[in-house]
Design a protein around this ligand. Structure first.
Ligand code: HEC
Length: 394
């Protein structure tokens, strides 16, 4: 990956990876129909845009790129508007929102094969062609796997299946849990379709203890989702007290049947994930807010302006939505401070995932983050700001 030198370049990089100029991003995002979207969103230069190898298997991206065009063409004539008592589920310009929210998520069944969208068949409209049905099924599987529900990890972000250090924040399922809670692990490819997860740890935030039962990895690719067949953590029942970190199971899981694609992601589902002994109505707040805002917050603004905000890049936004960095509302910024703190190692701030993601791998950074800060001064400025703030939060 090209390394770049300034924050402005950072923004331009994310936008240009999608073939969009930064200024144009906002206006265009809403207009991307599949045909144009395939070309414009072709993030990865070495992949043909029509390739099945989606570089981003975020459910919304899968919908936009694999499913939407066909549904709009073959079903949209009727289903963009109500059909008798059947409410519209392909509302023009809001197809994704409409189809996922239809009858309170009625199409998102588990198992997916029971979805009425796949089962409808010939009616006043045509049945889905087999190849369309496969694409719809793969998209629905990703959708269902990453939503809260039975045996689900809720909206915990998935991560790319590749070597690296990862941090899954519970922020998106707060307040169910705690924005400072997270699950961390390393991933290393050991052979064809074999990956080793190691140092799998659960950290509970200061607000509540957490109990988790039977965590299970699942794979996500453009072809659908599948559970890790080995299921080695089946007997794990772990409770971690507020503010503590514990290793999950033996801390290691061998994933043996990764999808045959280098564009897959993994997520974790749980049989049970719940709060234990929450600290009452204690209001969580950053202690050293003045060391976060403005110094750290300002450094994160270009990240929000490039990739890490809704409508910019689904994967980056799913991993860490930084849109709040652009706000001037005190409460919003306080919450953002907490959410950011969830990506900081307060015991060893320079080891924080927040810093490692943009640090070049050769200098101890993660191998997996697509953007690296190539300007040593800018990196030092960021690292020092995070370090000073994290010390204040101890
Ligand atoms: C010519 C108009 C027309 C087209 C085109 C059409 N439909 Fe329909 N669809 C209807 C009508 C009318 C109904 C309501 C009556 C019924 O359920 O059969 C309906 C109902 C449905 C329902 C049931 C919704 C519910 O909550 O009961 C689904 C699912 C559905 N259509 C899927 C599709 C899909 C997928 C396509 C494209 C492959 C499609 N339709 C194309 C007219 C159409």
């Amino acid at each position: 990956m090209r390394s770049v030198s300034t924050n402005t370049d950072h923004a331009a990089q994310c936008a240009s990876r999608r073939g969009l100029r930064r200024e144009a991003t906002r206006q265009l995002v809403g207009l991307l129909s599949l045909g144009a979207g395939m070309a414009l969103l072709g993030c990865t230069p070495n992949l043909a845009p029509e390739s099945e190898e989606l570089d981003d298997v975020h459910p919304q991206t899968m919908f936009d790129r694999l499913v939407k065009k066909d549904l709009v063409r073959d079903c949209g004539v009727c289903h963009a508007i109500a059909q008798g008592s059947v409410m519209p589920f392909l509302t023009m310009g809001q197809e994704y929102q409409a189809i996922t929210a239809y009858k309170g998520g009625a199409f998102l069944t588990d198992p997916v094969i029971q979805s009425l969208l796949l089962q409808k068949g010939q009616h006043a409209g045509p049945p889905l062609a087999p190849v369309q049905a496969d694409a719809v099924k793969a998209w629905l599987e990703a959708e269902v796997a990453t939503r809260p529900g039975m045996n689900k990890s809720g909206l915990m972000p998935t991560v790319p299946l590749q070597d690296g250090e990862f941090n899954m924040s519970f922020e998106t399922i707060a307040p169910v849990l705690d924005p400072l809670a997270n699950l961390t692990f390393s991933l290393k490819e050991e052979g064809n379709r074999i990956f080793r997860v190691s140092q799998l740890k659960l950290t509970a935030g200061p607000g509540t203890g957490i109990r988790l039962k039977h965590p299970r990895f699942y794979f996500l690719s453009a072809k659908g989702t599948s559970l890790d067949p080995a299921d080695t953590l089946v007997s794990v029942d772990l409770t971690v007290a507020a503010g503590k970190t514990a290793t999950v199971g033996g801390g290691t899981v061998l994933l043996t049947q990764a999808p045959e694609t280098n564009r897959a992601r993994i997520g974790i589902a749980f049989e049970l994930l719940e709060r234990v002994n929450p600290m009452g109505m204690m209001e969580l707040k950053c202690k050293a807010f003045n060391l976060f805002n403005p110094p750290v917050k300002n450094e994160l603004q270009p990240c929000a302006q490039s990739c890490h905000a809704p409508g910019r890049n689904n994967t980056a936004n799913g991993a860490f939505n930084m849109e709040a960095s652009l706000s001037s509302d005190e409460k919003t910024l306080q919450q953002f401070c907490l959410n950011t703190l969830g990506r900081v190692d307060r015991a060893a701030p320079r080891n924080s995932i927040l810093i490692k993601q943009i640090t070049p791998a050769a200098q101890g950074g993660t191998p997996n983050h697509p953007y690296k800060q190539g300007d040593a001064n800018a990196l030092a400025r960021f690292t020092n700001a995070v370090d000073a703030w994290a010390k204040g939060e101890k």
